[in-house]
Design a protein around this ligand. Structure first.
Ligand code: GLU
Ligand code: ZN
Length: 309
């Protein structure tokens, strides 16, 4: 039995306004939290200034409010958490778990993006990126396994499928993997409901979480029990690409909120009754919270968005 109170989150990066795909993640995480009488937090993942769009955070927050997706507690901005990431990195370094790497992007792409540990023993100091050592392929700790609440059993060997991964980039920015792991622990997140594009990041986060709790928080692994994960299908465009700013996903339009929620509920196979179609945002959410069924969400990595999105 899970006795910890449910704490979920939506963690947008301010790279542009919400589109149908990001609404799916916001709505899915919101409904799952409220259905389970949990708290729903919003964390702004603004740790990559070159990718950020001025004003996007404000736009996203207004879009959430307009869809009735109101968060509890204070917003957490990752840009205010840099000392925590630095501290985590320093402690992992002090434990001998990291090394510097000056390999070019081109070399890593030529390896099929699975890093081969080339710089492990080169003793580079203070240049390039900082990578985390992963266990040898045949070591029991290299193989990570979890039961995703949507996608089911998922297994990955960090050594053969990922390799030593980056904690701090060559430009000094902290990696998504480090920041998300430190913050999910810091916020006591018990349930991570997000897009299936992050399914294959989860083993890295589980591994880092174990090391971070041990080296930085001096917690026995049992006390930092991993959160539950639920990865929702990715909404794709007519060409089968993930909706994103890069491929010109349409921002959600102001005034269409109730219809957006209706379409998102249908897309998540929640079967809202027909008479709700012309109802308000609040009426839709009031129906959707008690009727939410995670088990009805399609177990598919990709699913086309409705054609109007
Ligand atoms: N900030 C990430 C994104 O917008 C999501 C991170 C997460 O949910 O773990 O893709
Ligand atoms: Zn290298």
């Amino acid at each position: 039995m899970d006795k910890k109170p449910y704490i979920g989150r939506f963690a947008p990066s301010p790279t542009g306004p919400l589109h149908f795909g990001s609404l799916i993640c916001a709505l899915g995480s919101y409904l799952d939290a409220h259905h389970n009488a949990g708290r729903w937090l919003v964390r702004i993942e603004d740790i990559d200034p070159p990718r950020e769009v001025p004003g996007a955070t404000t736009t996203i927050l207004h879009q959430l409010e307009d869809h009735g997706l109101v968060w509890q507690g204070d917003l957490l901005y990752q840009s205010a958490r840099l000392p925590a990431y630095r501290d985590a990195l320093e402690q992992l370094q002090a434990a001998g778990l990291t090394y510097h790497c000056d390999c070019t992007r081109q070399r890593i792409v030529s390896l099929g993006s699975i890093y081969d540990g080339h710089c492990r023993h080169r003793q580079l100091s203070a240049q390039g990126a900082i990578r985390l050592l992963t266990p040898a392929a045949d070591c029991a700790h290299a193989s990570l396994r979890f039961n995703d609440l949507v996608m089911g059993d998922y297994q990955q060997n960090l050594a053969t499928q990922v390799g030593d991964f980056v904690l701090q980039r060559r430009d000094g920015l902290f990696s998504y993997q480090l920041a998300v792991t430190v913050d999910d622990l810091f916020q006591n997140i018990t349930h991570v409901v997000r897009g299936a594009d992050l399914l294959d990041s989860t083993p890295r986060q589980l591994y880092l979480r174990q090391l971070y709790s041990r080296e930085c928080l001096a917690l026995p692994v049992a006390q930092s029990a991993a959160p539950h994960f639920a990865h929702l299908p990715l909404a794709t465009n007519a060409e089968g690409q993930k909706l994103s700013k890069q491929n010109f996903a349409k921002p959600l339009l102001k005034g269409d909120e109730a219809n957006n929620l209706w379409q998102a509920l249908l897309w998540l196979r929640q079967s809202p009754p027909r008479e709700l179609q012309l109802c308000s945002v609040q009426e839709l959410l009031d129906w959707a919270i008690p009727h939410w069924q995670l088990a009805a969400v399609p177990k598919q990595l990709n699913l086309p968005a409705p054609s109007s999105y």
